[in-house]
Design a protein around this ligand. Structure first.
Ligand SMILES: Nc1ncnc2c1ncn2[C@@H]1O[C@H](COP(=O)(O)OP(=O)(O)O)[C@@H](O)[C@H]1O
Ligand SMILES: [Mg+2]
Length: 182
């Protein structure tokens, strides 16, 4: 089973995967992109790498090809990949997200950009356009431990095909547009 874990930067993907790595194989896309040079260079204006998504897809396909256990593919681009059985989108209320990114030392512009993307459901929209099985999990008022446990349970339900347990995670529960845009 291949599970993708996506979400705006700061929603908690890396922290949660660190707690789940004893249970699942984890593919950290940011690390993989850097390690294997799966980019076409740096976007100097945005201070980020321009990812070669085809090369990334090919590399991920190679890594999961002979995998029989469940693997989590973690990264804010993971929902752009194909060959995913289910997708989990982490969500954080924009004011809390902004605080986390500021603590991480992001410049104000980047904090604002990510806050707006979160309020406008940018990743969620991209996700549901591409995948059938999409679930949203909130990380605003919980701890990484709580969410890791929740996701472990969700993956059990996904593996067993227990859709009733997943109903509460179907997309469309969050509307934070007022928070950012008034
Ligand atoms: N419920 C939660 N789930 C995940 N992270 C949380 C939660 N509450 C607070 N955090 C904090 O938010 C930050 C998330 O950072 P990180 O895991 O690097 O996010 P991402 O990989 O999505 O960019 C960490 O400092 C983490 O401790
Ligand atoms: Mg991360």
């Amino acid at each position: 089973m291949i599970i993708a874990l996506t979400g705006t930067p700061g929603t908690g993907k890396t922290s949660i995967c660190a707690l789940l790595e004893m249970h699942y194989g984890i593919i950290d896309l940011n690390a993989l992109i850097k390690k294997d040079g799966l980019h076409t260079g740096e976007d100097e204006l945005r201070g980020s790498l321009v990812v070669d998504i085809d090369a990334l897809q090919a590399r991920v396909d190679e890594l999961v090809k002979d995998e029989t256990a469940t693997v989590i593919i973690e990264g804010h681009l993971s929902h752009l990949l194909t060959g995913i059985d289910a997708l989990i989108v982490l969500r954080t209320r924009p004011d809390v997200l902004a605080q986390r990114l500021a603590n991480r030392g992001y410049p104000q512009e980047k904090v604002q950009e990510n806050m707006e993307a979160e309020a406008l459901d940018v990743i969620l929209v991209e996700a549901v356009e591409r995948h059938e099985r999409v679930y949203e999990v909130e990380t605003t008022l919980t701890t990484p431990d709580d969410v890791a446990r929740e996701i472990w349970q969700m993956i059990q339900s996904i593996e067993f095909g227990d859709l009733a347990q997943l109903k509460g995670y179907l997309p469309g529960r969050f509307d934070w547009s007022e928070e950012v845009f008034g």
